[in-house]
Design a protein around this ligand. Sequence first.
Ligand SMILES: [Zn+2]
Length: 290
Amino acid sequence: MAPDPSVPAAFAAAWFTVLGAVVGSFLNVVIARVPAGLSIVRPGSRCPRCEKPIAWYDNLPVVSWLLLRGRCRRCALPISIRYPLVELLGAAAGYLAWRRHGLSGEAGAELAFVATLVALAFIDLDTWLLPHVITWPLLAAGLLASLLGWSAASTFPSSLWGAAVGWGVFAALSWGGEKVLKKEALGFGDVWLLGGLGAWLGLGALLPVVLLASIQGSVVGIALVLLGKAETGERRANEAPAADESAADEDWVPPRNAVPFGPFLALGAVEWLYGADLLARAFPALGAFR
Ligand SMILES: [Zn+2]
């Protein structure tokens, strides 16, 4: 239900957009610290290069990055454009949550859901991991939100079945794939993520989401191979200074010519969340899954 376009509504829209940007700013901390096992509360924000604390006025979402022209005030080393990008994604999620649901529990739940997917996608790009400390609460929160009628799942049973079937099918693929290929085909992080997506979006969303993820993942994977960009982990290491902090998986090398699947599952879920109507109109076969 879209709210009416009055002046208070414009304030509410601005408020949700700023809230989303602040959430995005927090996501940057989560993305940098959770894989390294660091606290997301303390210490306060630090420059990823010189590790000097960042003052609040240098830490305003998007704005500070633009004012500082993407450089740290202390060490003048560049700060990845990914920081303002994640903040912009948060701002967009905040605005859309309000636009789609007004001031409601659904809006808050949707912002939290999309924000969590953004964090998981970037963590997976950096580290090829989807941490359980995020995917387990995602699944539990999806069931709870559905119980309250705040999720995109049509009913609570749809949410429960979505979680169970999403988890079960990917778990079977993971075990089966490992037996047949003698190597990890589908990580267990993806298994828990699909369970969480099923909890938030409902049983019917599973097939379209996996379809969207697979198609886009294949396109990007093939493009990276053709461009010769997928051979080393160099690109990721450069973009993510925080990943250097986790020495645990230094011995693990990402597979050649491959991209992690988690970001595409997250992308597919967000596309289905916002665009199920549009997608069902474009591809009538998908209408059955709405
Ligand atoms: Zn610095």
